[in-house]
Design a protein around this ligand. Structure first.
Ligand SMILES: Cc1cc2nc3c(=O)[nH]c(=O)nc-3n(C[C@H](O)[C@H](O)[C@H](O)COP(=O)(O)O)c2cc1C
Ligand code: SF4
Length: 502
């Protein structure tokens, strides 16, 4: 009898709860209905009250559903699943071979193919990647064998554990890490990587009270032996003509202190260096930074108009080759960013396929190819893309998003919102917990080493002992008629010097 009573009580309670929940739901729907039909901002919600709201939710979820269920392996942008999976597997150190055959369609215009040699390089003839010297005329030139390096991402755009993992991973892999425009943090140094300090237009980390470049601060940065080079950022591919943007929510006390700006406010850098108006101004600034720091100094830019590059070369020849930038980093129009306006991301600047040959050939025409090293960046996250750039004439390839994938980035595209689910681009401590710097440093190392190793594999298949011997003739690109053409026919090299190992 007692049992029946308790069952009845539970049932009554459940029924009451049910009525309460349904009642609350109906009430909520009624409130939302009234809000929707009376508001005037959203047509969909006004015409389809309550139901119209699901559109926004589905739109948001669609990003994830497409990625997991609907998008084909080679379909998504900016990076498709095949590319991302390659990076994930390389970073985890799991088997990166594929079975049965290629799922890559070799027919579309622009497809690159490498020309294998009938007599590939024998294992015993493999040579280590040649060392290059950057900045032979400065006090402390930088020597490196690394081909594949970590491109600029500021501490601010990315989190403390991300910087730590990248810096440690770079040290273990023997590649360099660029600070991006946010200044030098203790975490860059803690990891022990070779650091390229970037001087952005706001001069974060090396600015005086008035926001101008400070020689004293430059000197302080150069006191760190880990800082091997300085890079003046003229522009980056994702936002040419626009300075960096770090939303106020990401400007923590520490980031503000490193940058020399107020905390909690949007950190927006000017759209160019006010000291650099022309070729002379550019070389003056390069000379100044090199004099104060004793380190190699170069600049980063996305190419759009290009007559100015001829002016820079002519000015170098007039002043003497010591005055030249020690390196140029050419960024692709489709490069990544923490945050940028869509009109600039999508429409301004030339992609690396066009700009890299143009820069290399301009330097060659002026006899400066040996003196000025060239780094290329822009969606080159797998060995084939890196090998393409080396064939065209780059000495180095830098990647930002490739290394983000090695840290576990799932391409959720929320880098500007401080809500990154993988802890890479957020300062939210709870989300950062998922990113273990020690574990991820190993992944960074494996990824960097794997890329370098497979570029070597491509070189050997093409019959040369090491990647720096790759030339344009080793790579072909599919044209409109379906046939491929060698890069040295597509971009005939002007006669001149080449900095690569002979
Ligand atoms: C989160 C994030 C932050 C970045 N911050 C900078 C920066 O501070 N300075 C800079 O020159 N480039 C910055 N970049 C651009 C990259 O350095 C790189 O040039 C570009 O993303 C192309 O390389 P990728 O295609 O391998 O990402 C940033 C990119 C990302 C994704
Ligand atoms: S997971 Fe998303 S938000 Fe985080 S870094 Fe990757 S793309 Fe940006």
């Amino acid at each position: 009898m007692q049992q029946i009573e308790s069952v009845t009580t539970i049932l009554l309670f459940m029924a009451g709860l049910f009525i309460l929940v349904v009642g609350a739901g109906v009430l909520l729907a009624a409130v939302l209905f009234v809000i929707d039909v009376t508001q005037t901002k959203h047509a969909i919600r006004r015409n389809f009250p309550v139901i119209g709201r699901f559109r926004y939710w589905f739109e948001h979820l669609g990003e994830f559903f497409r990625q997991y269920f609907f998008a084909l392996d080679r379909e998504e942008m900016p990076f498709n699943r095949a590319e991302r999976s390659w990076v994930y597997r390389a970073a985890k150190g799991v088997d990166n071979t594929v079975a049965f055959g290629s799922s890559r369609d070799l027919r579309p215009v622009g497809t690159t193919l490498f020309v294998n040699c009938p007599y590939p390089t024998l294992d015993e003839d493999f040579a280590p990647t040649a060392e290059l010297v950057i900045g032979p005329y400065c006090e402390q030139p930088y020597r490196t064998r690394s081909i594949f390096n970590i491109s600029g991402m500021s501490f601010g755009a990315i989190s403390k554990p991300a910087v730590l993992a990248l810096s440690n991973g770079a040290r273990m892999a023997g590649c360099w890490m660029n600070t991006g425009e946010g200044g030098l943090s203790p975490y860059h140094l803690e990891g022990g990587a070779d650091i390229v300090f970037q001087i952005g237009t706001a001069k974060y980390g090396v600015r005086d009270e008035a926001g101008d470049l400070s020689d004293a601060k430059l000197g302080e940065v150069a006191e760190h032996a880990a800082v091997k080079m300085f890079e003046i950022k003229l522009s980056q591919g994702a936002k040419p003509g626009k300075g960096g943007i770090l939303p106020g929510g990401k400007v923590t006390q520490q980031i503000a202190q490193i940058r020399g700006i107020p905390a909690g406010q949007d950190s927006i850098s000017p759209n160019r260096h006010k000291e650099i108006n022309d070729a002379a101004g550019l070389l003056d600034m390069i000379g100044r930074v090199r004099r104060v720091t004793g380190r190699p100094v170069g600049f980063k830019t996305v190419i759009g108009a290009y007559g100015w590059l001829d002016e820079v070369c002519a000015e170098i020849l007039a002043r003497g080759i010591e005055s030249a930038p020690d390196f140029i980093t050419v960024d692709s129009a489709d490069g990544g960013t923490g945050a940028a306006p869509m009109s600039l991301i999508d429409y301004v600047g030339l992609p690396i396929r066009e700009s890299l040959p143009l820069v290399v050939d301009t330097l060659t025409r002026y006899g400066l190819r040996e003196r000025i090293k060239v780094a290329a960046s822009g969606k080159m996250i797998t060995p084939a893309e890196v090998a393409w750039a080396i064939c065209v004439g780059a000495d180095f390839v830098n990647s930002a998003r490739g290394f983000m994938f090695s840290l576990g980035c799932i391409q959720a595209l929320q880098c500007n919102k401080n809500t990154c689910p993988t802890g890479i681009t957020t300062h939210n401590k709870r989300l950062q917990r998922g990113l273990n710097p020690a574990d991820k440093a190993e992944r960074v190392r494996r990824y960097a080493e794997h890329v370098q190793h497979e570029v070597e594999v491509i070189a050997h298949s093409c019959g040369v002992p090491q990647p720096r011997r790759l030339r344009r003739m080793h790579c072909r690109v599919v044209m409109e008629d379906g046939k491929s053409i060698a890069l040295d026919e597509l971009y005939p090299e002007p006669p001149g010097l080449t900095s690569k190992a002979a």
